[in-house]
Write a protein that binds this ligand. Structure first.
Ligand code: GLU
Length: 288
């Protein structure tokens, strides 16, 4: 018998939920409900304390409950699990695939502008590798001086360490990993214990997630996530990157969504069933 399906919805409390979030949450919820013994978990991705707010977290729980979703307790909140991410960082450091990056955003932008044709990844220009090429003595001196820095994944070193990889995309089949799809991503910053990429990989494994359902906008991130799973010896879930809902003008829904916010729809008198239907999840037809 295949293992039971365990899915999750993992919002960041940086704004109110909109119809696109509802569609995403319902995708995971439905996949769990359709599978015998399926489980649905909720995770609050609040690791970036500079952008998250408790009132948004409260609103997320309320809005999902109003929509009719149920999830298992306890809810995992990333801000409470710094030790798990630190352990993963130590493990990666032990494999020699991390390097400190002292660059400011401005320095990176200037370097990209100066390079003219900077290499681009799936999500835009890639980090140009300034600190990867630092002279080791200089790197050690800057670390010893306590200079603030981030930790980046050396994508080429990581790829060499683990060899070719792939993941299973539900309904599409095997996707071969492009290790440098997003370049040398940041895995920790001086003000944030772990980046989204690291925290999501650690948490999906710790929570036993077998099917990751999330928007198509995160498809390219999965190249990095699969690489991190291999480096950390973690199991690989199946992925389903669903299509994103668009607004009336065809643009992807953003956090500021006006009339398509769940709170606005609710205030306008829409019922949970109507909002589920708007998100593409019509209620099953009543038996005749
Ligand atoms: N926290 C991420 C977001 O709100 C989603 C992460 C994921 O589903 O992997 O965009």
């Amino acid at each position: 018998m295949p293992p039971p399906i365990v899915t999750r919805f993992a919002p960041s409390p940086t704004g109110y939920l909109h119809l696109g979030h509802a569609a995403s949450a319902l995708t995971g919820w439905q996949a769990a409900r359709e599978a015998p013994g399926g489980r649905f978990l909720l995770r609050i991705e609040d690791i970036d304390r500079t952008r998250c707010r408790p009132e948004y977290e409260q609103a997320i729980l309320e809005d999902l409950g109003w929509l009719g979703l149920e999830w298992e307790q306890p809810v995992r909140r990333q801000s409470e699990h710094g030790a798990d991410y630190r352990a993963a960082l130590d493990r990666l450091a032990g494999r020699g695939v991390l390097y400190p990056c002292f660059c400011t955003r401005a320095a990176i932008a200037a370097e990209i502008a100066a390079a003219g044709a900077a290499p681009h990844g799936a999500d835009g220009p890639l980090y140009p590798g300034l600190c990867r090429r630092l002279d080791p003595a200089q790197r050690a001196a800057r670390l010893a001086a306590g200079e603030p820095h981030a930790l980046r994944l050396d994508a080429a070193a990581a790829a060499a360490a683990v060899g070719p990889l792939a993941w299973e995309e539900r309904g599409e089949g095997r996707v071969a990993v492009v290790p440098g799809a997003l370049g040398d991503v940041v895995l920790a910053r001086k003000d944030i214990a772990a980046s989204y990429h690291l925290a999501v990989v650690v948490d999906d494994a710790l929570q036993g997630i077998t099917l990751v359902t999330r928007g198509r906008d995160l498809f390219s991130a999965t190249h990095v996530h699969r690489l991190l799973q291999a480096l950390l010896d973690l199991p690989t879930p199946t992925y389903h990157h669903h299509l994103l809902l668009a607004d009336a003008t065809g643009r992807r829904l953003a956090k500021r969504t006006g009339a398509l916010g769940l709170r606005q729809l609710r205030a306008a008198g829409r019922t949970p069933a109507e909002v589920r239907a708007l998100a593409g999840f019509a209620a099953p037809k009543a038996a005749p």
